[in-house]
Ligand binder design. Structure first.
Ligand code: ADP
Ligand code: MG
Length: 325
């Protein structure tokens, strides 16, 4: 029977680069470039709440780190390292091995070394907690409170797929095998926009990563900045598997909710002065990433979405809130 220490040694003790002292001691130690600040963030993922029990463990390892790296991306921070807390009800070595593979593959891709963690047996269900550390120039970190009136509002990537895949897997909308295949990777393999975040530091005012739904997360920028905004519905970039659906394949309100309020997107939403348009378009093409300008920041409070006929869309869906009754 493998012990806690066997597990750690076998699956979570890959060597880390010089300058980092990783797992194996009471604390991990790491240095920061002089003059830079540490950006840190943590996320908890619970079985049955944030992921399905039968999820591919490789994708779970990827996603547990991806959602944290996405927070660094939204601040314009460069990843340094991470900690992994694991609560497991039983030892399934094949499962842990695949989980570790998914985790390390993304960590390696972004130079974010796993430098420590904690491993315990849980009474029920899998609990994951990842903490990331990054570094960023103190005055260039992208904050939520820096949106300015007349800024353009931008998003990276395409929207709606993760929500639709999640609802199909949860049995909330009819399961369509082809549509699930086309949307599932958005849910299970989100790509944290680290490179974009780095480049945005010089061009954007405010930024956030979309984890709980576009309207809700953009709402955080607006509230923190003391401004309002208007969006144009027809400018919202919908995932091609959804925009290409035959009419009536899914009710229009399901698609609208997926795009405006669907969570688990991990794209960046940011604001920038109109003078930055050309520079941002260049950054998007250089990264091979669609950047879409979806609306503008306004002085009047409130977030309004207009349809093509310039009518305000009423009763917009809200994003995800764990404690909403
Ligand atoms: P302590 O009792 O001091 O908290 P532990 O026995 O929990 O130490 O952990 C031993 C070492 O293994 C520590 O350096 C810790 O950071 C590392 N470690 C434990 N679990 C993990 C994990 N899931 N991933 C990476 N490192 C881990
Ligand atoms: Mg411990």
């Amino acid at each position: 029977m493998a012990t806690e220490f066997d597990l750690i040694k076998r699956f979570f003790s890959r060597p880390v680069s010089a300058g980092l002292l990783g797992g194996g001691d009471d604390c991990a130690l790491f240095g920061v470039t002089p003059g830079l600040q540490v950006a840190t963030s943590t996320d908890l993922l619970l079985e049955g709440r944030h992921f399905f029990s039968d999820v591919d463990p490789r994708s779970l390892g990827h996603k547990a780190l991806a959602v944290n790296l996405s927070d660094l991306a939204a601040m314009g921070a460069r990843p340094l390292g991470c900690l992994l807390g694991l609560g497991l009800p039983a030892i399934d070595e094949a499962w842990i091995e695949q989980f570790a593979e998914g985790f390390y593959a993304l960590a390696d891709q972004h130079g974010c070394a796993l430098i420590g963690g904690d491993t315990t047996r849980s009474l029920q269900g899998i609990t994951l907690s990842v903490t990331v550390f990054g570094e960023v120039e103190p005055n260039l970190a992208l904050r939520r409170n820096a949106a300015q009136v007349d800024d353009d509002i931008w998003v990276s990537g395409v929207f709606g797929a993760a929500d639709i895949a999640c609802r199909m897997l949860a049995g909330e909308i009819p399961l369509d095998a082809a549509l699930l295949q086309a949307t599932r990777s958005a849910l299970e393999w989100p790509a944290p926009r680290i490179d974009l975040g780095q480049q945005l530091r010089a061009h954007a005012h405010a930024a956030i990563d979309v984890s709980d739904g576009l309207l809700q997360d953009l709402g955080h920028i607006l509230a923190a900045s003391g401004v309002g905004a208007e969006l144009q519905e027809q400018l919202l970039p919908m995932h091609p598997a959804l925009s290409g659906l035959p009419q009536h394949a899914l009710p229009p309100e399901v698609l609208q909710r997926a795009v405006l309020a669907g969570g688990d997107v991990y794209e960046l939403c940011f604001t920038a002065a109109p003078a930055q348009r050309a520079a941002l378009e260049k950054i998007g093409s250089a990264l091979g990433l669609t950047l879409s300008r979806i609306g503008s920041v306004r002085a009047e409070p409130g977030l309004f979405v207009y349809d093509e006929a310039r009518n305000i869309i009423p009763d917009l869906p809200r994003g995800f809130d764990h404690f909403r009754p």
